[in-house]
Design a protein around this ligand. Structure first.
Ligand SMILES: Cc1ncc(COP(=O)(O)O)c(C=O)c1O
Length: 454
C-alpha cells in the first residue's frame, strides 16, 4: 500500500481556511514553502489537517535526520517534562547540559581537547562562533563565501550571501565581513575547470589578503562544508586541505558551519570528516535535537575558554528539553546506524537521478554527499541558464502529489533532499516516483502548470 494518501486536492479546504487566518494574522515575511498545514507526523510521513498523508523530504529544513517524533527523543522529552522545563543554565545548571557538551566534545570535528557552548538556534551558533573567534584572535575581520547561508540575525545575515529574500532592505550590515568565491565547480566564479584549476579558488585567498583585507586582520574564515541554502554545492577533496593550510599559516581560525550538514546527513556524523576539513570551531543546530530549538558551538578548549563568565550564553541556551532530546538523537543515530543509512539513501537517489540527467535537458547537475543530495535545474545544459520557474513548478507538482520538498540555490533552481534518514525503502521509492513525474511534467512540458507563489 502506498504511503501517500490524498483525500482532497492539496491544499485541502482546512488548509485553505487556515491560510486565510494566517494571511490576516501572520507577517508576510514568515515564509512557507507549501500551503499545507500539518496535523501530525511520524518518521518520514506527515498528515495534514485535511487528512492527507504525505512524504516529507524537507524534514523541517534538515532538522529531522532521526525522523518526526523519533521514539527515543519523545521519551526523553516526556521524562524531562515531568522533572522541570526551564531554570536557565545561567541561574541553576543541570546535568544534561554538561552531558551533551561532553558528547559533542568527543565527536565534533577538530583536533585536541574541546569545550562547548549551547545556544538556541543555528544563527546564534554562527554569531557566537564569530564572537569567540574575535575574542581569541583579537582580530576584527571574517571571511565568508559566495552562496553561503549562516542565518538571519544581523551578523549571520552579513555573512549570508543571497540578497533576496535574506538581505535586501535590511542594510547596513555589520562591518568587517569579506566574501570570496566558493568551490562551486558547476558555476566556477573564475570560469575554470576542475581539476586543471588546481584549486585556484582556495589558493586565491592569498590574493584577497593583498587586495581586500590583510591576513593579520582576519579572525576567521566561516564555511559550510557543503553549501546548504546555496544549493548543496560539494567542494572537491583538495578544497579544504588547501584552504585550511593557508588559514593556519596566517593564524586565521576556521569555523565549520555544520548546521545543515551535521548529524549523519552526509553519511558521517559531521561532513568535515568526509571532506578533510579540520576546523577550530564548529557551529551546529538543526538535526542535533530531532525537532527542538538548540544550537551549539564546539571548539578547541583554549579558544572556547578565552571569554570571561557571562560573556556568552542566553536565557534559553541549552534548554533542558533540548539537551535531553539531543542526547537521545545521538543515541538514535548510533543505534540505527543512520550514517550508513544516509549513504544507502544517497546511492538510491543517485542511481535514479543519473537516468533523469541522461534523459532530460532540465537536469544540469546532480550532486551531494550521503543523503544530502540535490538536482540543479537548467534551461539548457550548454548555457546552464538557471531554471528557477521550472524548479518552482516541480516543487508545486510534488506537494500537490503528496511529496513535500524544498528548493535552494542563489538562483532558486536547486531541488534538495532533506528527508528523514528513517524513511523506508518503499517510501523513498514512492517519493522518487513523484519527483520523477514532476520532473517529467516540467521537462517534457506536459501538462502545462501554472505557479502562483511557492
Ligand atoms: C548552514 C546554516 N547555518 C545557519 C543556519 C541558521 O540556522 P537557524 O535558522 O536555526 O537560525 C542555517 C539554516 O538554514 C543553515 O543552513
Amino acid at each position: 500500500m502506498s504511503t501517500i494518501q490524498l483525500r482532497t486536492p492539496v491544499p485541502g479546504p482546512r488548509s485553505q481556511a487556515l491560510m486565510k487566518r494566517r494571511d490576516a494574522a501572520v507577517v508576510r515575511a514568515a515564509y512557507h514553502a507549501t500551503p499545507v498545514f500539518v496535523a501530525k507526523a511520524e518518521g518520514a510521513v506527515i498528515e495534514d489537517v485535511d487528512g492527507n498523508r504525505m512524504i516529507d523530504f524537507a524534514g523541517g529544513i534538515g532538522c529531522l535526520n532521526t525522523g518526526h517524533r523519533a521514539p527515543a527523543v519523545v521519551d526523553a522529552v516526556r521524562r524531562q517534562v515531568d522533572r522541570f522545563l526551564h531554570t536557565s543554565f545561567n541561574v541553576l545548571p543541570y546535568e544534561s547540559y554538561i552531558a551533551i557538551c561532553e558528547k559533542l566534545n568527543a565527536i565534533a570535528p577538530g583536533k585536541g581537547p574541546k569545550k562547548t557552548l549551547l545556544v538556541s538556534t543555528g544563527a546564534e551558533a554562527t554569531e557566537n562562533a564569530v564572537k569567540i573567534a574575535r575574542a581569541y584572535t583579537r582580530r576584527p575581520a571574517i571571511i565568508a563565501f559566495e552562496d553561503a547561508f549562516h542565518g538571519r540575525t544581523y551578523m549571520a545575515m552579513a555573512m549570508t550571501s543571497k540578497t533576496h529574500p535574506y538581505k535586501a532592505g535590511f542594510e547596513p550590515f555589520p562591518a568587517e565581513v569579506y566574501r570570496i568565491p566558493y568551490a562551486y565547480c558547476y558555476r566556477c566564479s573564475y570560469s575554470l575547470k576542475y581539476p586543471s584549476c588546481e584549486m585556484f579558488c582556495a589558493k586565491h585567498i592569498e590574493d584577497t589578503f593583498k587586495r581586500m583585507v590583510s591576513a593579520e586582520s582576519v579572525a576567521a574564515v566561516i564555511v559550510e562544508p557543503i553549501l546548504g541554502e546555496g544549493g548543496f554545492v560539494t567542494p572537491p577533496p583538495e578544497f579544504f586541505p588547501t584552504l585550511t593550510e593557508i588559514c593556519r599559516r596566517h593564524g586565521i581560525l576556521v569555523i565549520a558551519d555544520e548546521v545543515q550538514t551535521g548529524f549523519a546527513r552526509t553519511g558521517a556524523m559531521f561532513s568535515c570528516e568526509r571532506l578533510g576539513l579540520d576546523p577550530d570551531l564548529v557551529a551546529m543546530a538543526k538535526s542535533m535535537t530531532g525537532g527542538l530549538p538548540m544550537g551549539a558551538i564546539t571548539g578547541r578548549a583554549d579558544i572556547m575558554d578565552v571569554s570571561a563568565p557571562g560573556q556568552l550564553g542566553g536565557t534559553f541556551g541549552g534548554n533542558p528539553l533540548a539537551c535531553e532530546a539531543a542526547l537521545a538523537v545521538l543515541e538514535t543515530i548510533e543505534k540505527q546506524n543512520l550514517c550508513a543509512r544516509a549513504n544507502v539513501l544517497g546511492d538510491r537517489f543517485r542511481k535514479r537521478a543519473a537516468k533523469w540527467q541522461a534523459k532530460w535537458e532540465l537536469i544540469g547537475d546532480v550532486r551531494g554527499l550521503g543523503a544530502m543530495q540535490a538536482l540543479e535545474l537548467v534551461r539548457s545544459k550548454a548555457t546552464r541558464e538557471p531554471a528557477d520557474e521550472e524548479t518552482k513548478q516541480v516543487s508545486q507538482y510534488c506537494y500537490e502529489h503528496g511529496l513535500v520538498l524544498i528548493t535552494a540555490g542563489s538562483y532558486g533552481n536547486v531541488i534538495r533532499l532533506l528527508m528523514p534518514l528513517v524513511v523506508t525503502d518503499a517510501q523513498m521509492d514512492e517519493a522518487m516516483d513523484v519527483l520523477e513525474s514532476g520532473l517529467a511534467a516540467v521537462a517534457e512540458k506536459k501538462p502545462a502548470l501554472s505557479v502562483q507563489s511557492v
